[in-house]
Write a protein that binds this ligand. Structure first.
Ligand SMILES: [Cu+2]
Length: 252
């Protein structure tokens, strides 16, 4: 049980560093140029952080990249971007996950029927997080935060839902604090509830791994009620999520 902790703490450290950059950019709402630039900078910070993370998770060393750089010898920047794209390794699948009929609570403490929340004609983007996570969840939440600013608020509506996999700790008040930390807009709902209900939802989406420390990064998207869910396993970037969203909406 103690071995995985080692890599967790390393990546946790890197993430803390990268998050400091991400949240400072993504918490900004609005669109003047200085803010956008700051945001782009934050995106780059998170991108390089993800590369390191991807390498850590895959147990890769930096040697192959260095060797390839030597072979090509120019345009390192684009080359690294290409490597990063390969390393993101997002696996896409599609399925009809039946949503269990459970009641959860939102960040205001209001009871929410998950079916009512998800069975909307609006497109939905969903993930599972816990607020004290220092590894995977801060990356996914920073990504959701960036998606908010990449979609056109007028024409590209999406309902974002983050469900806690640590409901005992993640009270509505904790979710509220977490939502503020990641600059969550009104279209991004954070839900918690009983342990039993949280597990039921995780099982329904096939993300339950027995313990929150074993969770894996996954994002679910659906164009609307009755449509299949697209599942992206791995660290999908904000750009990848936006691209997926636009494809789903174009096919709707
Ligand atoms: Cu996590």
């Amino acid at each position: 049980m103690h071995t995985p902790h080692h890599s967790h703490s390393i990546s946790g450290f890197l993430l803390a560093a990268l998050l400091a950059g991400v949240t400072s950019g993504s918490a900004l709402a609005g669109g003047d140029e200085a803010k956008l630039r700051q945001h782009a900078l934050a995106s780059q910070t998170s991108w390089s952080g993800l590369m390191v993370l991807a390498a850590l998770f895959a147990g890769m060393s930096a040697t192959p990249a260095a060797a390839m750089d030597g072979m090509e010898g120019h345009d390192h920047h684009h080359h690294h971007a290409a490597m990063a794209a390969q390393k993101s390794d997002v696996a896409r699948s599609s399925a009809a996950y039946p949503v269990p009929d459970v009641k959860l609570k939102d960040a205001a403490g209001k009871e929410v029927s998950l079916r009512t929340a998800l069975d909307t004609d609006e497109p939905v983007m969903l993930n599972f997080v816990f607020t004290t996570c220092t590894t995977i969840c801060p990356v996914m939440s920073a990504t959701f935060s960036q998606v908010q600013s990449q979609l056109d608020p007028k024409r590209e509506r999406v309902k974002m839902v983050s469900i806690s996999i640590d409901p005992e700790h993640d009270t509505p008040a904790k979710l509220k604090e977490y939502a503020r930390k990641f600059g969550a807009g009104p279209q991004w709902q954070m839900l918690t509830g009983s342990v039993e209900n949280s597990i039921a939802v995780q099982r329904a989406f096939n993300t339950y791994r027995g313990d929150k420390m074993n969770h894996e990064p996954a994002t679910f998207l659906r164009a609307g009620k009755g449509k299949p869910w697209v599942r992206l396993d791995g660290f999908a970037s904000a750009g990848e999520l936006v691209k997926e969203y636009r494809q789903l909406m174009a096919a709707k």
